[in-house]
Every structure is written in C-alpha cells, then in structure tokens.
Design a protein around this ligand. Structure first.
Ligand SMILES: Nc1nc2c(ncn2[C@@H]2O[C@H](COP(=O)(O)OP(=O)(O)O)[C@@H](O)[C@H]2O)c(=O)[nH]1
Ligand SMILES: [Mg+2]
Length: 189
C-alpha cells in the first residue's frame, strides 16, 4: 500500500486497545456446570474444544455495563488436573475467576478450597475471585444451604452467587456483578 503516514484517521492498534477487553475464567470440578454457565451467558457465541490435549471451552459476548461495551472472553478449563499444563496460558491477563461447585455435590464444594490454593499459587495476583453454587434448581438434592456456602465464601473474602443453568436463575446477575466490579476497578464507570 502506498498510503502516506497519518492518512488513516486513527491508528488501528490504538483503536483496538481503546476497546474494553475483559477475560473471565471458570474453575471447578468436572460436571459442576462451568460450560453451561458460559453457554448460557454467551448464547450463540460459544465454541467447544474438547480435544484431549486442550480441554477448554470458550465463549465471547459484548456486554453493556453502565453504557459501556465490554468485550468479554470466557474460558472454561476442563476440571481434570491433567490439563494444568495450560494454566499459564489460561491465567494470563485474567480479570476475574469464578470457582463453581454443584450444590448437590459435597466433594465439589470441598474442592473449592483446593481451587483457591491453585489460584493463589499459579493464578493472576490481582484477579477478582468469586464462588458460584450452581444447579440451585435441584432443591430436593441439595447437600448445602446457600447460607452455609455464603458463610464459607465470606470467610475466604469471596462474594457468593447462586445460579441455575436449567432455569437461568442468577446467571445474568452474577456475570453483571462481576463485570461491573471490573469496570469500576478500571475506573471506567
Ligand atoms: N439441573 C441442572 N443441571 C445442570 C446445571 N448446570 C449444568 N447442568 C448439567 O450438569 C452437567 C455438566 O455440565 P457442564 O457445564 O458440562 O459442566 P463442566 O464440566 O463444569 O463444564 C450437564 O449434564 C449439564 O446439563 C444446572 O444449573 N441445573
Ligand atoms: Mg466444561
């Protein structure tokens, strides 16, 4: 191209960096509903990558927070420890991590502590961390009350959310709260 310097009204890289990119990562045991949460939030812009060596799901959504468009990438690392090799790749530039457990599965709740340790050891030092109790629709199968989960989360200095991917309860409000916190921290709103 023989375009002269300064011909473009705006430098492309500048325009791109002025967009508000956000990266969220879902952690938690297998089958707690991380992929469903991301799918639910992103609707159509979701792709599943279940190659054995990668084991990630990915979603993208542009979400408006207080009049501002946030470009949100969401990652769900497979719960399997064999995928921890890709953790550095995954955690880079992460704004917030949500640890998910299944409210009908005690061991998935107990594992939240190990996931917290994983984050403090390998995770991004300044990311927000949240606890999410999913499958709240399965009321008769619950093994843990919302109050108990919240109490534990508060002790770990985490905000607690409860969600159901089946009926959608709490999903939108959980992601909205997380994104609002990120936008505030960046001084955008
Ligand atoms: N009843 C109910 N089932 C759910 C919910 N979320 C996920 N599931 C089911 O739990 C299973 C595992 O979900 P998935 O998102 O793949 O879990 P992941 O391994 O954490 O990504 C699937 O069969 C989902 O249909 C929920 O909120 N309620
Ligand atoms: Mg998954």
């Amino acid at each position: 191209m023989d375009r002269e310097r300064g011909h473009l009204p705006r430098d492309v890289s500048l325009a791109s960096s002025s967009l508000n990119w956000v990266k969220l990562v879902g952690l938690g045991n297998l089958s707690v509903g991380k992929t469903c949460l991301i799918k639910h939030f992103c609707e159509s812009k979701f792709s599943s990558g279940y190659q054995p060596t990668v084991g990630v799901d990915y979603g993208f959504k542009i979400q408006n927070v207080a009049g501002l468009d946030l470009r949100v990438h969401l990652w769900d690392l497979s719960g399997g420890a064999e995928f921890l090799d890709v953790r550095n790749e995954l955690y880079g530039e992460t704004d917030a991590i949500f640890i998910v457990f299944d409210v009908t599965n005690k061991s998935s709740f107990d594992a939240a502590e190990a996931w917290l340790r994983e984050i403090s050891k390998y995770g991004p030092p300044n990311a927000f961390v949240y606890l999410v109790g999913n499958k709240s629709d399965l009321k008769s199968k619950r093994i843990l009350s919302a109050a108990e989960a919240k109490k534990w989360a508060t002790r770990q200095q985490m905000t607690y959310f409860e969600t159901s991917c089946l009926n959608g309860d709490g999903v939108e409000s959980m992601f909205s709260s997380i994104l609002e916190a990120i936008a505030k921290q960046r001084g955008l709103v």
